[in-house]
Design a binder for this molecule. Sequence first.
Ligand SMILES: Nc1nc2c(c(=O)[nH]1)N[C@H]1C(S)=C(S)[C@@H](COP(=O)(O)OP(=O)(O)OC[C@H]3O[C@@H](n4cnc5c(=O)[nH]c(N)nc54)[C@H](O)[C@@H]3O)O[C@H]1N2
Ligand SMILES: Nc1nc2c(c(=O)[nH]1)N[C@H]1C(S)=C(S)[C@@H](COP(=O)(O)OP(=O)(O)OC[C@H]3O[C@@H](n4cnc5c(=O)[nH]c(N)nc54)[C@H](O)[C@@H]3O)O[C@H]1N2
Ligand code: SF4
Ligand SMILES: [Mo]
Length: 711
Amino acid sequence: MKTALRTCPLCETACGLRLTLDDAGSVLRVEGDQDDPFSKGFLCPKGAALGQLDEDPDRLSRPLVRDRADGELRPASWDEAFAEVHRGLTETMAAHGRDAVALYFGNPTFHTMAGFLYRQPLTQVLGSRNVYSASTIDQMPKHVASGLMFGDAFAVAVPDLDRTDYMLILGANPVESNGSLCVAPNFKGRLRALQERGGKVVVVDPRLTRTAELADEHLFIRPGTDPYLLFGIVHTLLAESLTALDVEVTGLDELRTLARDFTPEAVERACGVPATTTVRLARELAAAPSASVYARIGTCTAEFGSTAQWLVDVINALTGNLDRPGGVMFAKTAALEIFRSGQPFSTGAWHSRVRGLPEVLGEFPVATMADEIETPGEGKIRALITIGGNPALSAPGAPRLARALSELDFMVCVDPYLNETTRHANVILPPPRILQSPHFDFLVQIIMVRNYARFSPPVLPLRDDQRSEAAILAKLLLMLAGQGPDADPSGAEEMLLGQLLATVPEMRAGLDGDDGTEQILDALLKLGSYGLSLEAMREAPHGLDLGPLQPRLPEILCTASGKVDLAPTALAADVPRLLARLLDPVPEMVLIGRRHLRSNNSWMHNVPSLIGGSNRCTLHVHPQDVARLGLGDRARVRSAAGEVEVVVEATETIMPGVVSLPHGWGHEDSGQAVARKNAGVNANALTDEAVVDPVSGNAVFNGVPVSMLPA
Ligand SMILES: Nc1nc2c(c(=O)[nH]1)N[C@H]1C(S)=C(S)[C@@H](COP(=O)(O)OP(=O)(O)OC[C@H]3O[C@@H](n4cnc5c(=O)[nH]c(N)nc54)[C@H](O)[C@@H]3O)O[C@H]1N2
Ligand SMILES: Nc1nc2c(c(=O)[nH]1)N[C@H]1C(S)=C(S)[C@@H](COP(=O)(O)OP(=O)(O)OC[C@H]3O[C@@H](n4cnc5c(=O)[nH]c(N)nc54)[C@H](O)[C@@H]3O)O[C@H]1N2
Ligand code: SF4
Ligand SMILES: [Mo]
């Protein structure tokens, strides 16, 4: 038996785990690491199932290559697989140019070391405009709002959860999701502690969620209408002179003008929150010793997602809670913050070919990927590289995208599973098991409620017939750089180190690490704010507490004016549209999503211990609507984009007029046997890729108009 300490890589929460393994490397037990200074022994059911996930028999252990004669995917050697990737990509680039090859980075690439380290280089070397990632089906509105207000898209203000006296939560259910853009292991315990020190938690959600149940107050809101409530609060703060700005700002007068018509009375009709409640919320936020407004996926994946994210930080700033303890603050990462560009943020340096949507952070919206694959002409996507993504389930209008994938000339997926997306590939390159991979969460560090870092070396060695994910991505990089399928991956690592150490080449000789990835980490830590090193991380296997968040806005602020912009032009320009919508008829029935504690997007439905019970793909419908529409056990749900037949679950936890379906299901074509037996339906057959948040290009998953019939 052997004990190993490890950060759980499955979600943003980065819990420290303590694993017990047998001699063969099988996980016998998973516990929370009590000595981790941040997670202090917390883990969720997914972390507890890490061993089963790691040893999933459906995980691919060898590359799969599509036979060009009979069209079947067959196991192949790495040499054969890389040769086929080289052929497919170079033929496409030679015949149709580099824009004909697209990249898609999925959610796990935000967590893996390789995903973080190779994303920018792959994008740069490919030189295609067709770059997509899970960001535009998730948090892009937050990047845009931060970028426009603070000048830096990665300046994500995080609630100072452990010190705040008042928390207003909109469109997030951290008791089930464990938190997002706000990393706080045991979020529930931390909310309870907030209440125990005399603070208040208010949750705004169209569902009575587990987070809402715990809160002091829960407010139902009509999906997609958070910007109205938030504007109502801004209006009140300004009208009643409740502001306490203590950072330098521009745009206050413009903000006053923009907020003028959004009186609490005017917004009540649209969002359903009584005007008196909106006024009270504004007064409570202003009066609290410290307060934080936090809004997540329910408000991001909506038609005015960027507006909502902007107004959240406007309220935080107006109430004097921006960049101060107990308010919202900016974390400081241990590794060099290479993602910060140092230039004021802007969007639209180029536009997408078919719909003319602006580039944001060098990406186009996932919502237009199918357009770019299907529409003929120069720049049409003909080949696709996906890394850790399952857009055939996760993208809006997913069935259309899945059909488009099957029409590509060539597709290569770096993914451990044969699933709804990778089944369209010509080549699947599987990364090794979780326990065979090193782990350091670079990006998650910018959104932690406390500064903290932890490195987990691989627990198990690679077999000869495996490749690390870094080596796989290094190969792709070298092939895109024209170096052929046999190039040595260490060449890519030297390329990255050369760029990183351009001004300090003397550091190269002294770098520590068992491989190139570890050496790059060592360099990034040595160049980082705390002057740490790989050695320092190895000496702290339970993780290093780097202290509570500290004010650091002046250091991060990157706007042209050098001040926080309360009324950025791009956001102000979308306000008339919001105002015009105030008078629109309210749709009779709208769809929203939800997450379950034992699920994680599309790829954990293959672990028997996690599925079943309440973790099922059912449609939550209020009993009034069940009766009104005469629904039985099943219903047909129709939207502008498509139709599905679902199991109905009547529940009073959802507002009348709203139905909720979890995403990540619809596994009937998956190579994952357990998931296939519990297929569920794809919520994204109903979401409409034609509708986006125009400022960020983000997909709209919440507030989708639907109609229903008994099935
Ligand atoms: N267990 C579990 N954990 C996860 C994941 C998972 O799939 N399962 N996924 C991970 C990922 S990728 C992410 S991005 C995070 C997301 O983390 P969260 O943002 O906490 O995600 P959800 O739990 O979906 O909570 C969103 C809430 O918004 C509500 N909502 C929907 N529409 C609206 C609206 O218009 N307005 C308001 N105010 N609320 C609305 C929904 O009812 C839901 O309760 O979770 C991560 N953690
Ligand atoms: N309707 C609706 N749709 C949604 C959402 C919603 O709330 N409602 N949420 C959206 C959100 S927040 C997100 S983040 C997206 C997620 O969208 P995606 O990132 O496209 O999809 P995931 O389901 O996270 O799929 C992850 C893929 O990575 C693979 N994988 C797992 N581990 C690794 C690894 O270590 N390396 C590599 N290379 N691959 C790995 C899995 O097998 C799987 O194929 O979905 C979005 N879609
Ligand atoms: S909350 Fe669960 S899935 Fe997320 S890091 Fe912790 S144990 Fe892993
Ligand atoms: Mo996400």
